[in-house]
Design a binder for this molecule. Structure first.
Ligand code: SF4
Length: 86
């Protein structure tokens, strides 16, 4: 069994912030969320999961791994499928 504290999400920088920031409707909000993501120690692992999510969730919204859902959907058209880790 995996120790939940060892899962990469335990180190996610967004855990220290209001989750609504990643779904903000203002430019200021989305910019702030993106800044937190770019300083996050697990951004690459998050991006791997986000690409998988975007590939399988047509209505995905919000900021994931510092990228807007629309960017992620666009990226999935140019990358091979990923398998989430953890
Ligand atoms: S990169 Fe992912 S895990 Fe890190 S702060 Fe952004 S949304 Fe959270």
């Amino acid at each position: 069994m995996t120790d939940p504290d060892q899962h990469w999400t335990a180190h996610a920088a967004c855990r220290q912030h209001d989750p609504d920031l990643w779904f903000a409707s203002t430019h200021h909000g989305t910019t702030r969320a993106t800044q937190v993501c770019h300083a996050c120690p697990v951004q690459q692992l998050c991006l791997d999961d986000a690409l998988h999510l975007a590939r399988h969730t047509p209505g995905l919204t919000g900021i994931w791994a510092g990228k807007h859902a629309t960017e992620l959907r666009r990226a999935t058209k140019n990358t091979p499928p990923t398998t989430p880790k953890g």
